[in-house]
Write a protein that binds this ligand. Structure first.
Ligand SMILES: Nc1ncnc2c1ncn2[C@@H]1O[C@H](COP(=O)(O)OP(=O)(O)OP(=O)(O)O)[C@@H](O)[C@H]1O
Ligand SMILES: [Mg+2]
Length: 458
């Protein structure tokens, strides 16, 4: 075994004050600030620990994993491996990605052996160890198969075998199950977990990036929740004792519920979400930093309307977890809808519930015409981008402006792609509110009813 030189609890990997800004290879126009993807991240990974990294899409999970693995350089800060600053790729670490690049012209066995060739392990030993890894990971009998003969789940197993055969001190996984269908993913997860519990996997220290709260609660000794824009650590929670990691256990349900609440309240003070007995105890709380610029969630207003109507039908207040279940939405899909309802002043997330505001109740009850009016008022009042577009259009004698005008403003705060997405969302919301029209071919905004709309902005 490669790991007898590790002392349990020893810090293996440490991120200190990591900040990451993608500099876009110098391609960004002058005066434009690229977004801060990770801001002041401090994180330790201790020997023997299974750490899960959870967070909404775009919160920088993959970026952090790559920085910790030495595949990507942070803009500021440092990564230490056993106390020594790490430069370049860490050779003591293997990574399993969402989909695994296997060499199509090599058999399963040859693909697995590759990792050991790089380490100059002699051929007979290479074969023996690879066969053992293939056996462990459940691919016995498929040694001579080629990747194209395997299902997605089996290919991912080859990926695991290739990562584990070198007996790395650290194993990183970035959404290892999310490209698989639900059943295959559940199977592989279960097997991997029991292999790890029964010490059949040589590597004890694991970092796993995941969207899935259940995965994190089932598998991890420590759960780190990231927030987005910029990516920060919102909270670190100690995982459940092994015997409580069972969907029928009370503490399991409470834990899933707590993380769900944290993720669906991106701007809430974490302490206010903690159950009473947990407050001020072992979990490490990080303050939630102010967002530098309003970030619009990319959702259709019709989805927000649907959500508000559902909550209204339940008496204007509903448990967030229950809402996710009713709508059959993963937290990642529900979150932007809640965010939109919050930005528009229609609802607030509190203590794990979504509660309609007075305006939200009126909106949910309104007929089509009143609904448009209310939406229009709320949008102008609360959505910075829409207010700016309408204000600037109202000032122009022609009541028209090219999209560049607003893209420039957005590019001060977002990457080029995200600026376009932000503008697209603003356009969709603005059209729904009938605040302006937008001509796609020419990229031109026009104020539709200058008098009506101007009165709203003044
Ligand atoms: N190479 C890159 N150049 C510029 N921006 C990037 C690059 N890679 C990622 N980003 C941006 O950095 C932010 C964080 O991305 P990252 O992939 O780390 O997030 P994530 O949490 O892993 O998201 P997901 O859950 O969707 O995988 C995103 O806004 C993304 O657009
Ligand atoms: Mg990712």
């Amino acid at each position: 075994m490669a790991n007898f030189n590790i002392h349990p609890g020893e810090t293996l990997l440490e991120a200190r004050n990591i900040k990451k800004i993608y500099d876009m290879d110098g391609k960004r126009p002058r005066g434009v600030n690229p977004p801060v993807v990770l801001d002041d991240i401090n994180l330790k990974i201790n020997a023997g620990e299974f750490v899960a990294l959870l967070g909404p899409s775009g919160s920088g999970k993959s970026t952090l994993l790559r920085i910790l693995a030495g595949l990507l350089r942070p803009t500021e800060g440092q990564v230490l491996f056993k106390g020594v600053p790490q430069y370049g790729t860490n050779p003591h670490l293997s990574i399993v990605f969402q989909t695994f690049a296997l060499f199509p012209w090599l058999t399963v066995l040859q693909n697995v052996e590759l990792g050991l060739e790089a380490q100059e392990v002699p051929p007979t030993q290479r074969m023996r160890r690879s066969l053992a890894a293939i056996d462990t990971i459940g691919l016995d009998g498929f040694e001579d198969a080629y990747p194209k003969e395997l299902s997605g789940g089996m290919r991912q197993r080859v990926g695991f075998a290739r990562a584990l055969v070198v007996e790395p001190e650290l194993l990183f996984m970035d959404e290892p199950f999310s490209a698989l269908d639900v059943l295959t993913a559940a199977n592989l997860r279960k097997e991997l977990l029991s292999l790890w519990r029964e010490h059949k996997i040589p590597t004890r220290t694991i970092l796993m990036v995941t969207h899935n709260i259940d995965d994190a609660v089932l598998m991890a000794d420590r759960i780190v929740v990231l927030g987005a824009n910029p990516g920060i650590i919102r909270v670190e929670l100690p995982g459940l004792p092994m015997e409580q990691r069972d969907a029928n256990n009370d503490n399991y349900t409470k834990m899933v519920d707590l993380i769900y609440r944290i993720m669906t309240s991106p701007r809430a003070d974490i302490a206010s979400l903690m159950p009473q007995e947990k407050k001020g105890t072992s979990s490490k709380l990080a303050p939630v930093k102010q967002q530098p610029y309003q970030v619009l969630p990319h959702v259709a207003i019709s989805d927000v309307t649907g959500l508000l109507e559902l909550v209204h039908s339940k008496g204007d207040r509903e448990d967030l977890y229950q809402l996710g279940r009713d709508l059959q939405l993963e937290v990642d899909d529900l979150l932007p809808m809640i965010d939109a309802a919050h930005i528009l002043g229609f609802a607030e997330a509190q203590e794990g519930d979504l509660i309609l505001t007075e305006t939200g109740k009126r909106f949910a009850e309104a007929g089509v015409l009143e609904e448009k009016d209310l939406f229009r008022q709320q949008a102008i009042k609360n959505v910075t981008m829409l207010r700016h577009i309408v204000r600037d259009l109202a000032r122009e004698p022609s009541h028209t402006l090219p999209e560049e005008r607003f893209l420039n403003e957005l590019q001060q705060h977002f990457s080029e792609d995200e600026s376009w997405s932000q503008l697209e969302t603003a356009i969709n919301w603005g059209r729904y509110a009938e605040l302006f029209s937008y001509q796609e071919e020419r990229g031109v905004f026009r104020l539709e009813e200058p008098e009506v709309v101007a009165a709203l902005v003044s």
